[in-house]
Ligand binder design. Sequence first.
Ligand code: F6R
Length: 618
Amino acid sequence: MCGIVGYVGHQSAGPILLEGLQRLEYRGYDSSGIAVIDRDGALAVMKREGKLRDLQAAIQQMPSGATGIGHTRWATHGQPSDRNAHPHASSSGDVIVVQNGIVENYRELRAELQDQLDAEGRSWHSDTDTEVIPELISKELIAGRSFEDALAYAVGRLRGANAIAAAHRGDPDRIYAARKGSAGGIVIGYGDGEMFVASDLPALLPHTTTVYHLEDGDIAVIDDRSVRIRQENRTSFQPTPVQVDLDPVAIARGPYRHFMLKEIHEQPRALSDTIRGRARLEPPSALADDLELPIETLRSIQRVLVIGMGTSLHAAMIGRWWIEQVAGIPADFDNASEFRFRAPLLGPSTLVVAVTQSGETIDTLGAMNHVRQHWGAPQVAVTNVEGSEATRQADASIILRCGPEVGVASTKTFVGSLAALYLLACRIGHAQGRLSPHVLTDRLEQLLTAPSLVERGIQRAERCAEIAQRFGTASNFLVLGRGIEYPLAMEAALKCKEISYVHAEGYAAGEMKHGPIALLDQEFPVIALAPRGPLFDKMTSAIQQVSARRAPVIAIGDEGDKDLSELVDHFIGVPPAPPLLTPFSLTPVIQLLAYQIALTRGLDIDQPRNLAKTVTVE
Ligand code: F6R
C-alpha cells in the first residue's frame, strides 16, 4: 500500500529518498514526506498532500543530512493532508516514524498515551493511527531504554500488520526498520559505505542488487556499513544478503506514454518467459521442474480451490475453468476476503491455489493462513514476486516471469497468471493420468500459441482508440461474456472502473435478461465478448436482446466474422483462438479499450484515484 524508503550513508539523503519514493509511487500517492537528520542530530521534516511532484518542489528548501526516511501514502486513517502525511514525529520531536499497514489498536494506545501528552501540554498532530508509534517509542526512551529496545517494545504493542522505518535524533548514524505480520515487505539494500531501505525492490535497483528481505518479527538496526537483525526472542545476527536478478531498465517507462501501455505491450514477452521451459513437448510435460509438490500430493488431489482478489480473482475464475476442463477434476474459485470469514469447508484432498501478483495482498494471505491453520491443505502460490509472503506461506510456488509491473492496473501479470494456471491444470491432469500424452501435447501446443494471440490482439490498438473516441463520454457500460469469457467480462468492467472511472458491470450474458436488461437504452453501450465457440449462438441471442432495447453493441469477436459484425453496431476482430484460449486473444483488447477510454477522459492512468498497487490493509 504505502511506500517506505530509508537511507544512511555519506550522500545527501533527501534526493535519494525522493528518487526512491518516485519508484514506489505506485504503492500510494495521496501525500508524501521525507525526514532527514544531519550528523549533529538536527532534524528536518517536509510533508505534502498530493503527488510527489508537490514534495519535490518543497524539498529544495530542506537542509541536508545523510540519514533519513521517507513515505508515500495511501490514506487509511485520516484524509490525505499535510498533517496526516508521514513521517510522524513524537511530541518530543526526537523520534520519527513511517509506517505501512494499520495499527488496529491505535485508539487504545492513544488513550494510554494521552496522560503523557496532557502532562506535557501537547496534543496529537494528526488523525493517523501511525502517530502512536513514535509516541510509544519516545515514552520508552524517556524511561531510559535504548532506541532499539524502545522500538522493539513499541512494535510488540501494535496489533495488526505493520512495516516500519524509524530514526532518532540522538542516534543520527543509524536508521531502523521493522516488519510485523504481512503488511508488505521491507528490503534492505547494501551499498558501498551506504545502506538503503525500501518496501519494494524498484527503489533499490538504481543503487544496488545486493539485498536482504526482513522476515516477520525482525527489527533491523542499520548503519552505513552493516545491518544487524534482532528477532522477537531478542537474539541478534548479521544477515547474509542475496543478489537479485532484476534489470533497472525494466522499470523505466521508455517510449510509452504510460506504464500501463508499456506493460500491455510487454505481455507477449511476459507470457513466453513465464511459459519457457515449463511446457515441454517431447515427451510432453508441464511444470516438470517448477512445482515442488510431491507427486503423491498431485495424485491425491480431489478438488482444487483457486482464490484471489480483483484481477487475480478473475484469473482464478478462468483457472477454475481450466482445472475442470483440462485436468478433469472438480474445481471452484473464491474471493479470498470472503473465503476465510465464512468458515469454509475444504474437505479432504483439496489443493488451494492462491493467485496474487504481488504476493502481498493481505486478504489473500489471510485466506492462505486460514487454510494452513484450519485445514493444513497443500497450497500453491501463483505470484510475480519471488520471496514474497505468499511464497513463504505456500508449499510450492509458480513464479511468473513478467518483470516488475508498475502500472497500478494489473495487465501483464494477469496473462502471466493465466499461463501459470493453465500449466498447473496440465500438470495435475498429467499426474493423475487424466491427460494422455497425445492430449497433453495438444494442450501444450495450444498454450505455446498464447504469446502470438496476445501479440495480435495488441495490434487492435487503433480500433480500440476509435471506439473509445466514440464512447469515451458514456457514463455506463455493460460487458457481457459467457463461459470462459464471463470472468473476462468482469475483468473488462474492472479495468473500466479503475482507470476510466466509468461505471461498468461485467455480467454472464445469460444473466442479463434476469434484471440488468432494465438498464439498457440508447445511452448505455454494451460490450459483448463473442468469439466463435460452443456458446456463440447463445451469445448472439443475448446481443439481439440488447439491440432490441436500442443499446449500442460493441462486439469483440473472431476476425472476419461477417455474421457477427453485421449484427452489431461496432466490431473489433481478434485472432480466432481455440475455445479454451480465448482469454489470451481477448485480454489485450479489453485492456486497450479501458486504456483508450481513460485517455480520452484525460485521466491519470498509472495512478488512478483512490487505488494502490499492493493492498496490504484489510
Ligand atoms: C486490478 C488490480 C487489483 C489487484 C488486486 C489483487 O488491476 O490490480 O484488483 O488485482 O488488488 O492484487 P494481487 O494480485 O497483488 O494479489
